[in-house]
Design a protein. Sequence first.
Lengths: 397, 187
Amino acid sequence: MHVIESGNVAAATGVKLARVQVIAAYPITPQTPLTEKLSEFVESDELSAEYIPVESEHSAMAVCIASSTTGARSFTATSANGLLYMNEQLHWAAGARLPIVMCVANRGVGAPWTVWNDHQDTVSQRDLGWIQLYCSDHQQIHDTVLKAFKLAETVSIPVMVCYDGYLLSHTYMPFDVPEQAQVDAFLPPFKPTHFLNPEEPRNFNTVTLPDVRPDLHGNTAPGYMEIRKTLHSDLRAALTEIEKIDGEFGEAFGRGGDPFVEPYRCEDADYVAFCMGSLSYQLRDVVDAMREEGTKIGVIGLKVYRPFPDAAVRDALTAHKGVIVFEKALSYGNQGALYADVKSALYSAETRPFVHNYIVGLGGREIKTHHLYDALTESIKNEAAIGDEPQWVGLKL
Amino acid sequence: MRQDIIEIRWHGRGGQGAITAAKIVANAAFKSGYNGVVMAPTFGTERRGAPVYTSLKIAREKIYDLSPIATPDMVVVLDHTLLEEVDVTHGLKEGGQIILNTPKSIDSYDFGAHRLSVADVTAYALEAGLAPGIVNTGVIGAFAKATGLVSRELLREAIRHEFSAMKPEENARAAALTYDRTVIGGA
């Protein structure tokens, strides 16, 4: 059934259909309507879950860590400074291999204070060991939430579902909501292999020495470094699982099919714009306009940022003359983090396109379609002259 | 850049229900076969009573650009006193429509080349049994009549759905009364 609702409600609807068991959250703009909707669902018994209001985001993640350790399907959501306040617990959730799902309504980070959209919050958290998925519209938000639970529980790694604050969180558009029975068939109840259980006492995440050591039974137990290597290997292997789950979702619901990158008019393109989130959809209109003028151009939206799908990115980009990376974040003092990742993925390619970096929409600066058109035109025209420095779009200096 | 998108800007005051009004129209339009529907409120810092606006874009195909409307085809004004505070015609296309809730007659206004439609929504909503100041359902009756974008029946259905727990019949009646009494001017 199609409904017209906000992106936050699309997320909440997905969380409800996932039959989440524990929700712990602290409201922050622009995530607030998502947690309000979930508390309504719990209050009206539409969702049978424990809703735990907490006094901070740090506690929200701590509660999710505890509940997930007991084997309960757990969810939270946040934005910007709230996400960063969780930071220590985020590392913990990944290291403890807990399949928590968290929505992040992307927002710029203070100071100076802003409540509006960019990607600095989640991009700055790329090295946690969490999986990060990005959405371009409400259907993707809703569907990605469902896939995220399945993915997290399959690979025992927490997943962030990222969507643009305001642009998606507060905008209304139609999306399809599946029947509960369909979702139940796709996402069965969470059955962890080990969990906190008083009947069967275990130690969880005790102090780990620099080197390996024998455990109680005389077997060699991994040290810190072995455990971290396993997290990394499992994150890399999760790429296969992401593809598999996307296929299963497609079979069940008839949607999806581009697990890593979502291309638009790229087959014969000389140039490709590359970015994450709703911007990739806005760029489709620019691509259409430039195509009408005879420029062979396409756009690709990246849907998985961590683990970075470098093989898929390389395959998608190597055949073109130029790649223009648009980013709503910056690794301050260097370049856009996504730009660096794209270049790194292309390093081993036999033919390499030129790659440019454009910074857009920080702190909610309105991204005008003609600004994107101008940036792409400039990039194509001045290919060699632009170099490695990030270019700023729509800057009024 | 796309020419097939109908852009409608809704002017109201914070708390007046402009977002709900636009959402009802969005639902009715979607049911009429407009698959592309995007409604974007003013982002950030709304205050009760302060002028706010909401962008509604409607097209037959999916809409990808979420940026606010710059050159609307139509503007809907929920409160005629806003005319003194906001340039509601800003960016309005030549020959574009203005739908205005006002107790004054259509002859009291001159919007040049734009087409004006008026209705005393505040009075008709009271007559329909709504509390004073509830104008959002009435004004979409005027919108439907002036633009022909959504039918009277679909509108009624969409209103009943949105207000299923809050005076659905009164809200639907406010829209119907306004629909029948809206005065449509020429250019």
